[in-house]
Ligand binder design. Sequence first.
Ligand code: ADP
Length: 159
Amino acid sequence: MRKILYPGTFDPIHNGHIDIASRAAELFDELEFVVALNPDKETLFSIKKRIKLIKESVIGKENIKVNFFHGLVVDYASTKGHCAIIRGLRHVSDFEFEFQMAMMNFHLNKTITSIFMMPDEKYIHLNSSVVKDVSKNGGDVSAFVPPCVQKALFTKFSK
Ligand code: ADP
């Protein structure tokens, strides 16, 4: 069984993430989203809520699983039997950070391969911060997030 890990903050998940995950899941037997548990990073949604939103967004995609992790992503990947990590690449600006991280992960564990994928061009400028900003100011984000996320953002910002 060939399993691939998709780590991130996913605060919240959006259609760019789903595009990458869906296509990677077709190339592997199983894809596991893992939400990073990082107490130093301030997030809009709790880890529990972020996991719930991912689960709701991928309902019906049988080979996509959702979990959380803390510590080193390569350790989690090898403990759970993954052979690769998938990350999305949007711009050249993503490349520098992702390249550094991939090199460090390779140094830490040579059995885990980092794979990069570009999203559909309609999601190339999309990120969670933009989604939160637009939503906070009453803008329509329905083209960029699943309905459950749109609802969660609305609830959060109408308080
Ligand atoms: P990070 O993991 O850097 O905190 P995210 O949780 O937003 O950031 O993203 C998780 C992964 O998804 C990263 O590899 C990121 O590059 C990728 N990603 C984020 N937004 C998009 C997008 N619009 N299209 C493709 N990949 C994306």
